[in-house]
Ligand binder design. Structure first.
Ligand SMILES: C[S@@+](CC[C@H](N)C(=O)[O-])C[C@H]1O[C@@H](n2cnc3c(N)ncnc32)[C@H](O)[C@@H]1O
Length: 173
């Protein structure tokens, strides 16, 4: 299926680097990897708008705040920093609706919160190609899965969710 790849919530970049490496290994030059993060950690929960996130303290987790410069360096160390990698810096609510891509083959969501998952689904799922993969890393987090279930119910998505491991899951559009 046509389209770019995106990870929302990249931390040190490992899964995004693997995406770029997979394109490289297969000689794919017409797809980009979008690497979206605040590069400053998680947002403070907006419990008024997203009650499922109330009390979450991950925004205090300093190890989750990895700078864009560090992630760029991690790509470079693998020889995978080039024009097919697009860094998207900022809060998802600001950046994802305005992305410079109209179509995705894979959207990989790993923002932990209800807010981060819902904002990613709302901005990206309409751009996912038919047959494209929607990967959810945080299936073990109740708030994340509540966002997934709310979005799927609202849009009458019935494609079965396949489990990957103890937390990851995906479905195909
Ligand atoms: C658990 S880490 C991602 C782990 C990474 N995907 C991996 O596989 O190694 C969560 C990341 O999501 C980012 N994040 C969460 N919510 C966000 C939001 N609303 N806007 C921007 N970045 C966000 C954090 O900065 C953090 O880097």
């Amino acid at each position: 299926m046509p389209g770019d790849l995106i990870e929302t919530g990249v931390w040190r970049g490992g899964a995004s680097i693997l995406m770029r490496a997979t394109l490289f290994a297969h000689g794919v030059t017409d797809r980009r990897v979008f690497v979206a993060d605040s590069f400053a950690g998680l947002p403070v929960p907006d419990a008024a708008q997203y009650p499922a996130d109330a009390g979450d303290i991950l925004y205090r987790a300093a190890p989750l705040a990895v700078s864009l410069e560090q992630v760029r360096e991690n790509f470079r160390r693998f020889g995978l920093l080039d024009e097919q990698v697009v860094f998207v810096k900022g809060w998802f609510k600001d950046t994802l609706p305005a992305l410079d891509s109209q179509q995705f083959a894979i959207i990989r969501l790993d923002g932990d919160l209800y807010e981060s998952t819902m904002q990613a689904l709302e901005a990206l799922y309409p751009k996912l190609s038919p047959g494209g993969f929607c990967i959810i890393d945080d299936g073990a987090l109740a708030a994340c899965m509540q966002a997934v279930n709310d979005y799927r119910a609202r849009h009458a998505i019935t494609a079965p969710i396949e489990q990957i491991d103890w937390t990851g899951c995906y479905w195909r559009k």
